[in-house]
Structures are given as C-alpha cells and as structure tokens.
Ligand binder design. Structure first.
Ligand code: NAP
Length: 233
C-alpha cells in the first residue's frame, strides 16, 4: 500500500510512518523539517522499508499540491493519505495572538483541506482510496484554555465526517481519528514524563489496522485513549 503521512517529521506522524513502513507500506513523508524527514527516511531504509520525503509547508496551497504530486509520482500512486500534521497553541480567546490563531487555522484546517484536494481526483478516478484525518478529543468536546485549537479540531471533524458522505459512493473511505493524550514533544508538560500516555506507534498500529479493512466497509471513527490518568501534580 502507498501511503502519504503529513507531519511525519516527529510525534504521532513519525510513529505512524514507522509502523506503516514496518508492515510493508511504501511511505511518503511530508513536513517542513527536511533534516528530520531525512532521519526518518534513513531509519526506514535501514530497516528495509521504503520512504520518500517532501519538504512542504502545508499553509501554502501551491507547495502542498506540488509536494503531494511529487510524492505520488515517487510512490507510483496514493492509496491512502494520513492528514496528521497539526499545531497546538493552548491559550484563551482573550490571550491568543491573531498570528497564532491564523497559524492554527492555516495548518490544522486549510493545510488538511489542501492535502485532501491534492489526492481526491486520483482516488476518484481509481474508485478507491482512504483518507484518515487526525482530529482530537478536542474535536468534539470543549477545551477551556484552548478555544482556538478546539475550533480547528471541531472544523476537522465536521469536514472529515461530511467528506465521508461525499466520497463513499466513489469507493473512497474516510476515517476521523480522535486521539486522547499521546506522548509527543508538543504535548509534554513540565513535571510529566508522558509515560502514562498513548505512544505514537500505538496510534500507528491502530491506523494500520483500519487501513486493512475490506473494500466494502470503513471504520469511519476511531477514538484512542490511554487507560492511565495523568499523574497528580
Ligand atoms: N499529542 C496529543 O496528545 C494529540 C492529541 C490529540 C490530537 N493530536 C493531533 O495529532 C496530530 C499530531 O500531533 P503531535 O502531538 O504529533 O504534534 P507534533 O509532535 O508537534 O508534530 C506535529 C507535526 O506536524 C508538522 N507540521 C506542523 N506544522 C506544519 C506545516 N505548516 N506544514 C507541514 N507540517 C507541519 C510538524 O513538522 P514540521 O515542524 O517539521 O513541519 C510535525 O511533524 C496533530 O494534528 C494534533 O492536533 C495530538
């Protein structure tokens, strides 16, 4: 299977890319940090897998379209797109800067839309494909102190679940993923080593499983949560 993973340079995206490549998927890894993508490619290649990389800022529609086209060419097609890249800035509506608000909307919502639009024509033509959108628990449950982030994730949920209605009859699956607490750098907090959280590779394993469902059905929603609670501060 040929899979593009956005935000593959670190955190959950890197975990997803590593697990998929380890299962034999050819991976197209996309993010802004070329050096981190190279290290992912080296790691996957050393383990005998296939990884192509594209350095792209998803906030630019042109960059996204050409980066995805280059990955599709290198892979020889795209069977699945994992829209994982995201930016989290946890601030009240009163405190968040306009530039921070726009950066989250442009990355979490616009970037996800640009990437989706870049693969949809090919998938529609093939009559098959799978788009996996990483939302969040904050994509259906309010997050005081993070209203801007929650707004973008509610938007991802609305887009993703509506997209499923638009493309299912073209043979294209859409899954919305709702992670709880996952141990990535951007979600580390002082005094918390993150060991109680879901590991990025565990999200990767769950996504691998849902990519393997039969052609006639789709896991349209997936929620993944740690069993443990955060340590008491
Ligand atoms: N960790 C959690 O507990 C958690 C919970 C629920 C949902 N999520 C969601 O899961 C996704 C991944 O989160 P994470 O915790 O793994 O975050 P992370 O560690 O900060 O990783 C974010 C990834 O997105 C990429 N990215 C950010 N802005 C980009 C841009 N403009 N263009 C291209 N790539 C960009 C980053 O790469 P570059 O910096 O190299 O571009 C990085 O690879 C996000 O959508 C997040 O909202 C996370």
């Amino acid at each position: 299977m040929k899979v593009i993973v956005t935000g593959a340079s670190g955190g959950i995206g890197r975990g997803i890319a590593t697990v998929l490549a380890g299962d034999g998927c050819a991976v197209g890894a996309l993010a802004r940090s070329g050096d981190k993508l190279e290290s992912l490619r080296d790691e996957i290649s050393a383990a005998g897998g296939t990884c192509h990389t594209s350095t792209v800022d998803l906030r630019s529609q042109n960059e996204t379209a050409s980066g995805i086209a280059a990955l599709a060419e290198a892979l020889g097609g795209v069977d699945a797109l994992i829209n994982n890249a995201g930016l989290v800035i946890l601030k009240n509506a009163l405190d968040i800067g306009l530039d921070e608000w726009h950066a989250m909307v442009e990355t979490n919502l616009n970037g996800l839309f640009y990437a989706t639009r870049a693969v949809l024509p090919g998938m529609t033509e093939n009559g098959s494909g799978h788009i996996v959108n990483i939302s969040s628990i904050s994509g259906y449950y309010p997050l005081g102190g993070g209203s801007g982030y929650a707004a973008t994730k509610y938007a991802v949920t609305g887009f993703s679940e509506s997209l499923f209605q638009e493309v299912r009859e073209h043979g294209i699956k859409v899954t919305t993923v709702f992670p709880g607490s996952v141990d990535s750098d951007s979600h580390r907090h002082r005094g918390d080593d993150g060991s109680w959280k879901v590991k990025p590779e565990e999200v990767g394993q769950a996504i691998l499983d849902l990519l393997k469902t039969d052609a006639g059905n789709c896991i349209s929603r997936l929620e993944i949560r740690p069993l443990s609670r955060p340590p008491k501060s």
